[in-house]
Design a protein around this ligand. Sequence first.
Ligand SMILES: NC(=O)C1=CN([C@@H]2O[C@H](COP(=O)(O)OP(=O)(O)OC[C@H]3O[C@@H](n4cnc5c(N)ncnc54)[C@H](O)[C@@H]3O)[C@@H](O)[C@H]2O)C=CC1
Ligand SMILES: O=C(O)[C@@H]1CCC=N1
Length: 268
Amino acid sequence: MIMSILQFGCGNMGGAMLKGWLAGGFAPQSFTIVDPYLETAPAGVRLLGAAPEGEGAFEVVLLGFKPQQLPDAARAIAPSIGPQTLLLSILAGVDIATLRSHFPLARAIVRVMPNLAAALGKSPIALVGDADEAARAQSDALMAPLGQAEWLSDEDQMDLVTALAGSGPAFVYRFIDALAQGAAELGLPRDQADRLALSMVEGAAMLAAGSDHAPAELARRVASPGGVTQVGIDVLDADDRLVSLMTDTLRGARDRSAEMTRQAQAKT
Ligand SMILES: NC(=O)C1=CN([C@@H]2O[C@H](COP(=O)(O)OP(=O)(O)OC[C@H]3O[C@@H](n4cnc5c(N)ncnc54)[C@H](O)[C@@H]3O)[C@@H](O)[C@H]2O)C=CC1
Ligand SMILES: O=C(O)[C@@H]1CCC=N1
């Protein structure tokens, strides 16, 4: 059976999800994409420049544009949402109550926080929703090709999870870049430092993902007593530097998500 999925916004994140769904075997004919700035869509996917008119409600509607665009976009989206519609939103900092006030008819509303690795089926995906068992099962089935989904027990956790799972790749990319920058400063050609840093992180992440041991234990195993690695780890641990840096990073991003949530509430 072909499901009708209407997706508003197909940029970086919406595009990654579409790619993951198509790679996971979803029929292209299931998808209608609305994106005023997108010029082409994958073969078989219907692309519209504006919300469909006179087509009634879709089974699934995904909101994938920038959070600040919601107040202006909501009126055009509303006719596609009816009492049978599962509304999925990846908008950072827009809570369920705000979504509900814009789309009162939706059968269920589920906030989804993925990251760009959805394109590879490797995204962590946090879910929280105003959804019954059937809508939760439908959401799980939709997320399955995109990565590993986890339901949050409380919507308040979404701001922090956005920082960790949604923004997280940016922090890892900066870490890789900083490793390469450090190695270049200490004498390696920059392009070689870039290659070595990236392939090191790729292999380390794959090993950790396939290991029964926690990352802290894996780090301990790399560090031979009295050897090279321990000296570097001691630098990371001095004054709890690395943990403090990560905590401050997540706190800042989490607080911005909470602030965006308040701003979106004020615009309902
Ligand atoms: N980029 C990321 O890694 C992540 C982004 N998100 C969320 O995903 C959403 C989109 O972010 P990005 O993909 O990074 O932004 P983006 O700017 O790459 O994509 C937004 C897309 O929305 C389209 N658009 C603009 N107005 C529209 C309208 N009225 N109707 C339909 N489409 C419209 C734009 O043409 C663009 O293609 C945001 O709400 C963000 O919070 C969530 C998790 C991770
Ligand atoms: O930076 C942002 O606001 C979005 C949410 C998570 C990743 N990108």
